[in-house]
Design a protein around this ligand. Structure first.
Ligand code: AGV
Ligand code: CA
Length: 321
């Protein structure tokens, strides 16, 4: 049967994905976006208590899976608390998600402490994967690094790591004591793991602030999204993004589509400008977590630009399903 076999080939060729996120609004939107990609098979999702508190974040993650009838996708819980904590206000922000009308009445999420450990889930899913796996990280990279240290064999099962992290030829977004402002938060949360990740020399593509600075959450985009709110995912995504507009203090911080841009790279990599560089990570004050171009560093790729219009259109198109 010709037609049947084509369907079969498409099915077996689905790209395998493992997602690592940290429960921010942006991370949850990224999970939503990933779930709209019919050409991907999601092996698992790990949540780290970095830019979130873990219990509400696990609940949101589970309920978003339910929206897509995909509660079968396993969720892993990280218990790692990092090196440099995120501001508490940022961590508490995403709790709004669990009271939004679209998900508040969905069946209750499982007890967070019954979920598998994140490192174990990642190791298990990589070892048992039939093909190499793309890992999309929209929070810190600690679980992946600890998983590789625990089971180095998983390195050969990784096709590519795409990580929203770093700031190369632009200033960072960390503003705190004992810091000169050069680091991006996902790297700063655990600079030691970031330095190790670079040293593993995996196929690694960073989506740093250099490129995410091009894609703020702006009113023009939110307005377009609202014009298509008859699609439930557009309505829901619009509510999630609306909750970021009062980012505190708003005169200082703008919310960008950091993680959503990184996630879109799984589908529209051709719309990005990517450069191969040699780089290292500082692990000490005054610039802990700074990603540095360094001719004695490790070979990685960084995205430096994106076709903005193509990206925003892509997101609008995905949420029209
Ligand atoms: O540094 C960007 C990362 C992304 O993974 N996060 C937010 C995204 O999920 C940290 C962050 C920077 N500025 C923030 C952040 C803000 N104003 N509110 C919450 N998180
Ligand atoms: Ca994040």
């Amino acid at each position: 049967m010709h037609c049947g076999s084509t369907v079969f080939i498409r099915y077996i060729m689905k790209e395998l994905i493992f997602m690592e996120h940290d429960g921010g609004i942006d991370d949850l939107l990224s999970q939503l976006l990933l779930l709209t990609m019919d050409n991907k098979e999601i092996l698992g999702i790990n949540v780290t208590p970095a830019d979130c508190y873990i219990e509400p974040a696990l609940e949101s993650s589970y309920k978003i899976l339910q929206l897509f009838d995909r509660a079968d996708i396993p969720i892993g819980r990280s218990d790692f608390n990092g090196v440099n904590a995120f501001p508490n206000d940022w961590r508490a922000g995403p709790e709004i998600v669990n009271v939004l009308p679209m998900i508040i009445n969905l069946p209750e999420a499982p007890d967070p402490y019954s979920l598998p450990n994140a490192i174990d889930l990642l190791v298990e899913k990589l070892l048992s994967a039939k093909d190499k796996v793309n890992i999309i990280i929209t929070g810190p990279c600690s679980n992946l690094v600890q998983a590789i240290e625990k089971e180095p064999n998983i390195k050969s099962k990784i096709k590519k790591v795409i990580w929203m992290g770093g700031a190369f030829r632009t200033q960072g977004n960390v503003q705190t004591y004992q810091h000169n402002g050069t680091a991006e938060w996902n790297v700063f949360w655990d600079p030691i793991s970031a330095a190790k990740l670079f040293s593993f020399e995996l196929p690694l593509v960073l989506i740093p602030l250099d490129v995410t600075n091009h894609v703020p959450v702006n009113k023009a985009f939110l307005s377009k999204l609202a014009y298509q709110q008859q699609y439930p995912m557009s309505n829901f995504a619009g509510q999630l993004w609306a909750s970021t507009v009062d980012t505190i203090p708003s005169y200082h911080y703008v919310y960008f589509m950091w993680d959503v841009l990184a996630t879109s790279f799984l589908d529209i990599a051709d719309e990005f400008v990517v450069e191969e560089v040699l780089a290292t990570v500082s692990t000490r004050p005054p610039n802990a977590g700074q990603t540095l171009l360094d001719e004695n560093g490790y070979k990685i790729k960084i995205a430096t630009d994106v076709n903005k219009a193509a990206f925003y259109d892509y997101v609008l198109e995905r949420f029209r399903r």
